[in-house]
Structures are given as structure tokens and as C-alpha cells.
Design a protein around this ligand. Structure first.
Ligand SMILES: O=C(O)CCC(=O)C(=O)O
Length: 283
């Protein structure tokens, strides 16, 4: 039985999120649900149904070439994950996820179908380095307060291309000259060194989850092991924080998940009525 079931984020966890721009919740997903999601992923790898983002398309360092017969067909993300199976929907709307997001964001949240909404697969032979970036770089909303929930479906660590973070970077002011033309943090610029020195890799086991802010710099190296690394990502925001009309962020409908829908299907006992604990941290 996962330890964190039915337990809201503590005041310390809320403060950690505010300070660092992310928090890790260990063993949030139950084994049975993980198993069902991994089955869907197995099926997709056997029978890759579009929409898919391919490693070769992005051309990040280490990515296979478009002309490579096998490499060019390696999926990096299965997009539109929410619609790929009941288990994906069950996770994206799970009371253990939503109750924590309500604590972090507020009573009325929406899931963006336009961003993340994907199962990621890092192939042992064909994967790439994702540079340091803020997810908000290509997104367009009234406010930058969006949170991504990253679920590890397999172990995730330095060797197999696990996520790395620059703690507190969601509060750093970054100027254009510190970024390259794809909005990745330049790693050879002296002024960026103090920021880059903060880098940490977060080792995860299947079922562990990271909640991170859209301004928090993160990245991931390529997979250097013989096993695939898998993860699942969904992004949420306050329902009042609207995507800008005409942009990619507004190109898909959003799934509205107000607190009332969670509580009706949820037996979460709100323990520890610490003052401030239930206040949204993004406001
Ligand atoms: O797992 C990776 O390679 C990086 C994923 C990532 O940074 C993202 O989805 O924003």
C-alpha cells in the first residue's frame, strides 16, 4: 500500500515546492494502476498509433538521424496520452493527484490537452539529451503558474536519462542572452555557471511522482543503459488561467477538474488542519 495515499501535502512540502519549484511524492501511484499504464505503453510500442513525437524529429544531441531506417521510427512521446486508455485517464484524474494539485493551485483546475499529455519512452539505443529549459518557453497562458505531474513508470536515474532540476530556478530572472535560439540555458556562459552548479538528478522508482512548476529549469541526459526508461506527464493550471487565443496552448480543449468532482469520488480525510495548509500556494 503506498504510504502517501489519502495524505495531503504537508505544510513543509508546500513550502518546499514554493522554495524549490518542485516536490517529489514517493510511491503515489499504486502498483495495479502502474501495471495497467505499462500495458498500454507495451501495446503502443508494439503498435505505434499516432500522434507520436519521434526522437529523430527533434534532433536533440544524441538523437538518431532522420535517414536512419530504424532510428527514425523511435518514438520519444506518445502524444494525447489521456485518450490512450482508461488507466491514463484514471491517473490524470486520480484523487491522490488532484487533491495535491488543489492544494498547490486552487479549487478549480484544468488539465491542458495541448501540452505534455504524453507517455515518454527513452530507448536504450536511440535517445537524446534534453537541454536545460523551462516548459513555459513554448506555452502561452495569462499566467506562468502551471504545474506538471511527472510519473515514473520505470526507475529513472542518471544512467538511464532521469530528470534533472535546477532548484529555485522558477524564481530566477533569466535574460534572453542566457538562452540559445531554442530557449535552452547556455551551458558555456560564465554568468549561467552558478545556476548550473545547483543541478540535481532525482532518482525515482516506479510510482514516484514529481510535481514541478512551468518556470523550473529541468533537463535530462540520454539513456545509457540497456533498459527503456518510461514516464507519464500531464500539465495542470488554474481554470481561470486561460491559454492565449490563437496559440498552440489554446489549440485543444481543456479538461476541467473542479474540487467538487474530486471530493465526490474521494474519501480523502483532510487531516492536520495546519493554518495555511489548504491555501493554494500559487496565489
Ligand atoms: O525526459 C526527458 O528527456 C525530458 C522531458 C522534459 O524535459 C519535458 O518533457 O519537458
Amino acid at each position: 500500500m503506498p504510504l502517501s495515499v489519502s495524505k495531503p501535502l504537508s505544510l513543509k512540502e508546500l513550502q518546499d515546492f514554493d522554495r524549490d519549484g518542485f516536490i517529489v511524492v514517493r510511491q503515489l501511484a499504486q502498483l495495479e494502476l502502474l501495471h495497467r499504464i505499462n500495458q498500454v505503453t507495451d501495446n503502443l510500442l508494439q503498435n505505434p498509433i499516432l500522434p507520436i513525437e519521434y526522437e529523430a524529429e527533434l534532433g536533440y544531441p544524441g538523437a538518431p538521424e532522420l535517414r536512419d531506417e530504424i532510428g527514425s521510427k523511435i518514438p520519444r512521446r506518445f502524444l494525447n496520452a489521456l485518450c490512450r486508455g482508461q488507466s491514463l485517464y484514471d491517473w490524470a484524474t486520480h484523487p491522490d493527484v488532484l487533491s495535491r494539485l488543489h492544494q498547490l493551485i486552487g479549487k478549480s483546475i484544468s488539465l491542458s490537452l495541448a501540452h505534455h499529455n504524453s507517455i515518454m519512452s527513452k530507448h536504450p539505443d536511440f535517445s537524446s539529451d534534453t537541454g536545460w529549459h523551462r516548459d513555459i518557453r513554448y506555452w502561452s497562458f495569462n499566467s506562468t503558474d502551471l504545474i506538471t505531474v511527472f510519473l515514473a513508470l520505470t526507475p529513472s536515474n542518471t544512467e538511464n536519462g532521469g530528470l534533472r532540476f535546477l532548484p529555485r530556478s522558477h524564481k530566477d530572472i533569466i535574460e534572453d542572452h542566457q538562452l540559445d535560439n531554442k530557449s535552452f540555458l547556455k551551458t558555456d556562459l560564465p554568468v549561467n555557471q552558478a545556476l548550473l552548479d545547483r543541478a540535481i538528478t532525482i532518482d525515482l522508482e516506479p510510482g514516484d511522482t514529481i510535481f514541478f512548476h512551468s518556470l523550473t529549469f529541468h533537463g535530462a541526459p540520454r539513456n545509457r543503459t540497456r533498459q527503456e526508461r518510461r514516464s507519464l506527464l500531464f500539465t495542470y493550471h488554474d481554470s481561470q488561467n486561460l491559454p492565449t487565443a490563437g496559440t498552440r496552448s489554446a489549440s485543444m480543449p481543456e479538461l476541467h477538474l473542479p474540487e467538487s468532482t474530486v471530493q465526490s469520488s474521494n474519501t480523502i480525510a483532510k487531516t492536520q488542519s495546519t493554518i495555511g495548509q489548504d491555501l493554494p500556494i500559487l496565489h
